[in-house]
Write a protein that binds this ligand. Structure first.
Ligand code: SAH
Ligand code: SF4
Ligand code: F3S
Length: 441
């Protein structure tokens, strides 16, 4: 007998940023309503979705390698559907079908709501329209964690930094109504979530019924939520009001990710970033004066077109002067259709690689030194679960977003459980994490 209620299984492979990870949670939310459950094993799936990233060429290559592998899976199981979503889907559109004939459907980040129709289509289909309604039509979300949750506050980006593909893949900036965000956060608190991270390409330019500091003020009042974080902040829009909100609101954590990109004002101008190095460092100083103990992390691009050795040395000097708590650094990768891809003065790979290694080396020394300076201090952490590498340990994060591994606490006690908020003494500062031991509150 045929069973029409038989549940289907989806495997989602996510590449790229937190926004994509959260989009995958939305895809799962939509599909769950259609009777799907999820798996970690692509061989068991009826539907495979690649949620892709096109920020750098390497990210694209990783996806195409994975996509190639599914060709054989599909040969063995022809009824299996393969979908391509995310930023490559948006940018490439129909070209995906030309590159891989076995792809069944393609949909962009603004078309996740269309998944319920796409899964039932019998012919190859595509959905990459720029959806202006996206900010108000909330999708169901299937979250896994139970302690930390991502909450979208805005979509798209209007900044057109000259190297960046995001404004072309995510469309124009749209802010989600404050009321919708508030209700989502209140619901998360009700089911036990302790920490939220507000997501947007440039949260500082959030503008709806209130501005970003106003939104933080509202969310700070949600009972049950203990910590509020946000990514990403654009330096040009970092206002004194936001700094005051970070300083005054108890739940807003003492951490900001503030991508600098370069220490040379000349390169920053070519990047169309809208600030000089001097303006950037003034904001860093203001943050440090008003929010004691704040940790500041950043993104750096090595080898932008036209970057001279002197420009590069200005970036090295800036790293030493500012002393970030951590950075993500990347070699410049030309993205088709962006301004920078068409600029003169592209550098050869070896120079980009040399500059990147120098940047990473200087920063590693700084990060390790900063982590060591925390030895002996007491920090509050929320336990997130077992350690990544050592299952005999528990792991959590400080308010400043640093990872702390501690010995296992008796899981029968409340402080030994996921979601517990405990104080720890830092016993060791390592290059990428801290070690600690629990102490009385
Ligand atoms: N909206 C965020 C960042 C989005 S992308 C912001 O404005 O800060 C994350 C990081 O990827 C960027 O900060 C930048 O450092 C890096 N990046 C973006 N495009 C790149 C490119 N073409 N080549 C190398 N790095 C890039
Ligand atoms: Fe890209 Fe700049 Fe927008 Fe960030 S602010 S997403 S780097 S264009
Ligand atoms: Fe994110 Fe990559 Fe798109 S960084 S916004 S998934 S290009």
């Amino acid at each position: 007998m045929l069973n029409f209620n038989m549940s289907k299984i989806v495997y989602i492979h996510t590449f790229g940023c937190q926004m994509n990870v959260h989009d995958s949670e939305k895809m799962l939310g939509v599909l769950q309503k259609e009777g799907y459950s999820s798996t970690d094993d692509p061989c068991k799936a009826d539907l495979i979705i690649f949620n892709t990233c096109s920020i750098r060429q390497k990210a694209e290559q990783k996806f195409y390698t994975q996509l190639g592998r599914t060709k054989f899976l599909k040969k063995k199981k022809p009824e299996m559907k393969i979908a391509v979503a995310g930023c490559i889907a948006q940018h490439e559109g129909e070209n995906i079908f030309k590159k891989a004939l076995y792809v069944d459907f393609v949909f962009g980040p603004q078309n996740i709501h269309m998944l319920r129709d796409l899964v039932s289509e019998r012919t190859a289909s595509i959905a990459i329209e720029d959806n202006h309604e996206i900010a108000v039509t909330d999708l169901p979300v299937k979250r896994g964690d139970g302690v930390k949750a991502w909450v979208t506050i805005m979509y798209g980006c209007n900044n057109f930094c000259s190297y960046c593909i995001v404004p072309y893949t995510r469309g124009r900036e749209r802010s989600r109504p404050t009321e919708n965000i508030y209700s989502e956060v209140a619901e998360l608190a009700e089911v036990g979530y302790k920490e939220i991270t507000l997501l947007g390409q440039n949260v500082n330019s959030y503008s709806s019924d209130t501005d970003f500091p106003g939104l933080l003020k509202k969310l700070d009042r949600v009972g049950g939520i203990e910590r509020i974080r946000f990514v990403t902040s654009h330096p040009k829009d970092l206002s004194d009001e936001l700094i005051a909100a970070m300083s005054d609101l108890p739940k807003v954590c003492e951490h900001i990710h503030l991508p600098m990109q370069s220490g040379s004002s000349n390169i920053l101008r070519l990047m169309n970033r809208g600030y000089t190095y001097e303006e950037y460092i003034r904001k860093v100083m203001r943050l440090r004066a008003k929010v004691p103990g704040i940790s500041i992390t950043s993104d750096i691009i090595a080898g932008f077109p036209g970057e001279t050795e002197d420009d590069h040395l200005l970036t090295i000097k800036a790293l030493k002067e500012i002393e970030f708590d951590g950075i993500f650094a990347f070699k410049f990768s030309p993205r088709p259709g962006t301004m920078a891809a068409a600029m003169v003065g592209h550098l050869i790979e070896v120079i980009k690689s040399e500059r990147l290694s120098e940047i990473l080396k200087v920063q590693d020394g700084i990060t390790t030194r900063k982590n060591r300076s925390l030895e002996g201090t007491i920090q509050e952490i929320i336990i997130e679960g077992d350690g990544e590498t050592d299952k005999e340990k528990l792991t959590g994060r400080t308010r400043t977003n640093k990872i702390v591994n501690i010995p296992k606490i008796n899981p029968e006690t409340s402080s030994g459980q996921k979601g517990a908020i405990i104080n720890v003494e830092i016993t060791k500062g390592r290059p990428h994490s801290l070690e600690g031991r629990p102490v009385e509150k």
